[in-house]
Design a protein around this ligand. Structure first.
Ligand code: FAD
Length: 361
């Protein structure tokens, strides 16, 4: 982590204000394997467990949610390739993702958000080629990406295809002024008759869309959940340090019980989110059947706590944290978006409700 901290330095505030992380820094982190650290050593990766990668993700998330978001996209691309690709595709693509090439994953469309079954992007098989037509919106990291993993309808089912961002017919347009994670390189993508070798389709075309999407989203969810743990750690530490030193009415503000309550709530939030994420990662590492549901639970708990925790931290900091770029101001904006992505609060609740019903004794 020290190596990463050295590279990050004191830049996150500036990245947030500039809306950009230097591309060479992302390539360096990528080439050191940090952006998708679970990729196996056989493919040149660091081969971290889910738990170890989770702690890494939380640490990066505590420093900069934009960088953590790019990490989530890269990890999600690697996980999708690992799960869907055949052996030759994995051997070709995974080493690229741990040697400096950047990737992003596109599911969402203008009319396909929470309900991805209405996705209109098509992947058409044509002899030795496939042709990609359609669009994607809000794809994290796509502004920086060399490779785009794109989901679309294909052959009576669905497929994921790997597209070079520089391929003829691909248009990448940056999302202007995102509310949070401002340097995460969100972009809208258009694909106009993009012709690719048939081998660009990961695995077999025509698989059920929910199966493909759930596979990729599972990684996105656990990564976002750990990122939220990082947001909470940064908020708790920053607010607690301030509350111990800032004096009003003759004593440190942390000794006023109403401020103390915010700190207690932040501590509870951080601990609760951490335990939920640790449990989910342990399920991943054990290959447990509870992996999917524990991940949805961790994402839901962590994102909700991060959004309320960041608001508490801003309250404790008051004017000392009330400017763009400040760690708690970034946390406040970034955390809210975590309640929307990779399955919004409501979608997570629907999944958890279904689980509650199906497992009732
Ligand atoms: P909608 O689906 O229109 O939902 C609007 C509201 O209605 C939400 O509150 C939602 O929870 C609620 N709602 C919808 N359906 C139901 C239902 N059945 N029951 C109850 N409530 C419901 N997409 C990608 O493909 N790749 C990315 O990398 C990516 N990164 C993103 C990063 C950010 C910061 C953001 C904001 C978005 C990103 N997205 C990405 C898109 C994201 O996945 C969608 O925004 C998300 O799925 C929600 O879709 P929507 O915005 O269209 O909202």
């Amino acid at each position: 982590m020290k190596a990463i901290d050295t590279l990050i330095g004191d830049q996150p505030e500036h990245w947030d204000l500039d809306g950009q992380i230097p591309r060479h820094l992302l390539s360096t982190l990528g080439a050191q394997g940090w952006l998708c650290a679970e990729v196996a050593a056989t493919h040149g990766g660091r081969g971290l467990s889910s738990r170890a990668n989770g702690e890494l993700t939380a640490h990066v998330g505590s420093r900069c949610s934009s960088l953590r978001s790019v990490m989530t996209s890269q990890g999600m691309a690697a996980w999708t390739i690992q799960r869907l690709a055949n052996r030759d595709q994995s051997a070709e693509l995974l080493p690229q993702l741990v040697s400096g090439r950047l990737a992003a994953v596109g599911f969402s469309e203008t009319d396909a958000g929470s309900d991805l079954s209405t996705m209109s992007t098509t992947i058409t098989l044509d002899g030795d080629s496939v042709v990609l037509d359609g669009h994607k919106v809000w794809v994290t990291g796509a502004y920086y990406a060399d490779l785009l993993v794109v989901f679309g309808q294909c052959d009576g089912g669905a497929a994921a295809v790997v597209v070079p961002a520089s391929a003829p017919g691909v248009t990448v347009e940056r999302v202007a002024d995102p509310m949070g994670c401002r340097a995460a390189g969100h972009a809208n993508l258009r694909f106009d008759s993009v012709r690719l070798p048939a081998s660009s389709v990961l695995g077999s075309p025509g698989a059920p869309l929910p199966l493909l999407v759930t596979t990729a989203l599972a990684y996105g969810r656990i990564s976002v959940a750990w990122g939220c743990v990082g947001i909470l750690r940064a908020c708790r530490n920053t607010a607690a340090r301030h509350a111990a030193t800032r004096k009003q009415s003759g004593k440190p503000i942390g000794e006023h019980q109403l401020v103390g309550r915010h700190l207690a709530e932040l501590f509870v939030a951080e601990q609760t989110a951490s335990r939920a994420c640790e449990h989910a990662s342990d399920c991943w590492d054990a290959g447990s059947p509870d992996m999917v549901i524990s991940t949805v639970l961790a994402k839901h708990v962590s994102a909700g706590h991060a959004a309320t925790g960041a608001a508490s931290a801003v309250q404790v900091m008051a004017s000392a944290g009330a400017r763009d770029g400040h760690v708690v101001a970034r946390a406040y904006r970034d955390a809210k978006l975590m309640e929307i992505i990779e399955g919004s609060n409501e979608i997570c609740q629907l999944i958890l409700a279904q689980h509650a019903v199906s497992t009732a004794e």
